[in-house]
Design a protein around this ligand. Sequence first.
Ligand code: ATP
Ligand code: MG
Length: 208
Amino acid sequence: MKGLFITLEGVEGCGKSTQIRLLSRFLTEKGIAHVVTREPGGTEIGDKVRKILLDVSNLRMEPLTELLLYAASRAQHVLEVIRPAILGGKIVLCDRFFDSTLAYQGHARGIDPELVKRSIEIATDGLKPDLTFLLDIPAEVGIERATKKGVDRLEGEDLVFHKRVRQGFLGLAKNEPHRILVVDATCGVDELQTKLRHILEEKLRQWR
Ligand SMILES: Nc1ncnc2c1ncn2[C@@H]1O[C@H](COP(=O)(O)OP(=O)(O)OP(=O)(O)O)[C@@H](O)[C@H]1O
Ligand SMILES: [Mg+2]
């Protein structure tokens, strides 16, 4: 049986990494084989690309270069980690995937959406998440949470940019309401985790 591909999306500081850790614990307790991974990165090669993308000194990076670096990291990730895990019947929990590229590089950065979609198509060869949690939070709140741990190149973008990212995500959810579930992430960690587990349990029932 095929596995399940689940992604977590949302602006910086919305709680993706926190929630994915807790979801992993939940699956471990249930004895369900799964893989936890993230983008950019998720592979040895991808992690090197990630370093380039998040390096604050790369101020001159062209938007197109950035787009193609995300695509390069993703191609390696899909081929080396995600597809094999899904074919092996595992659940894949991925911290960011192509919806982030659509929201950041497409909607917020303003790269031609067709070009963004083409780069995604090439990198994923059509692979799509079965379920995407969009952890929705006002950009200000997310940034405030995230900057407690220091600012990287992307977090250094201004508030207007992050607001556009949020709107980008919400637009994607509107277009694909069956795949992308918007979850209010302004609540506490445990409350949010309870909401996610309910949705995940329902998905697991359908899957089995
Ligand atoms: N529900 C919550 N309420 C308050 N603080 C939270 C909540 N969830 C996470 N945090 C805190 O906010 C910060 C950011 O959380 P986390 O790293 O999980 O977000 P993220 O979405 O992974 O961010 P990034 O996009 O920067 O990787 C952390 O310090 C975390 O402890
Ligand atoms: Mg994170």
